[in-house]
Design a protein around this ligand. Structure first.
Ligand SMILES: N[C@@H](CCC(=O)N[C@@H](CS)C(=O)NCC(=O)O)C(=O)O
Length: 210
């Protein structure tokens, strides 16, 4: 049984989306980031970094959205969202998952919290640097999807596509967004056509970037 601590649209979104898509029974605990509900002693006991999401797996807390995505996809291998260990596609899957978590999610964190790198005085420069790094990654992903898509692994979706679409969504208020890249836009269209996307939006009360 899974319990997801989430905030609408946050890094919990891909995990929530996979829970719905994979039809895994779960309960939700909504956190208000503005009210700092993720910094209470009770929540910090579950997630010492004080970030969203946390996933309770049979009561045991787990942190890191990308790791949760892998875990959930593995919980239902018959859904085909993760290549089997030892298969040729497994290496490619792991590469994309780690690339998203290590190279795309961190500059987004810097974009959302530009003061974190070097303080308020350098926030604007931090934000510009983050945006440039995000577009560097988007451009490479778009080229990959153009050659080998429409999904990250080719002709079928995997859990990394859920992560990527969540991260693409975070660019929606930038001057240039993920949807300005044709192959990323095609991936978004394909993933948003899944019934689980609509269910996710209804559950989280989202409307932007539907
Ligand atoms: N590496 C973490 C990052 C999580 C993260 O940065 N979450 C953001 C929301 S998208 C958060 O909790 N922000 C509030 C804060 O840091 O105070 C993960 O993937 O789970």
């Amino acid at each position: 049984m899974y319990t997801l601590y989430y905030a609408p649209g946050a890094a919990s979104l891909a995990v929530h989306w996979l829970l719905i898509d994979l039809e895994l029974p779960h309960t939700l605990v909504k956190l208000d980031i503005a009210a700092r509900e993720h910094k209470t002693p009770e929540y910090l006991a579950l997630n010492p970094s004080g970030v969203v999401p946390t996933l309770l797996v049979d009561g045991k807390p787990m942190c890191e959205a990308a790791a949760m995505a892998v875990l959930l996809a593995e919980a239902k291998p018959e859904a085909g969202l993760i290549p089997a260990p030892g298969s040729a596609r497994r290496a490619e899957f792991l590469q994309w998952m780690f690339h998203l978590a290590n190279s795309l999610q961190p500059p987004f964190r810097l974009w959302w919290y530009p003061q974190e790198a070097a303080g308020e005085a350098y926030a604007e420069a931090g934000k510009a640097t983050a945006e440039a790094r995000i577009h560097g990654v988007f451009a490479n992903l778009d080229a990959h999807l153009g050659k080998n898509g429409p999904y990250l692994l080719g002709d079928a979706p995997c859990a990394a596509d859920f992560m990527l679409v969540m991260l693409m969504r975070w660019s929606r208020n930038m001057p240039k967004t993920a949807l300005d890249y044709p192959n990323l836009a095609r991936l978004a269209d394909l993933m948003k056509a899944r019934p689980s996307w609509k269910a996710l939006y209804e559950s989280e009360g989202l409307s932007e970037w539907a």
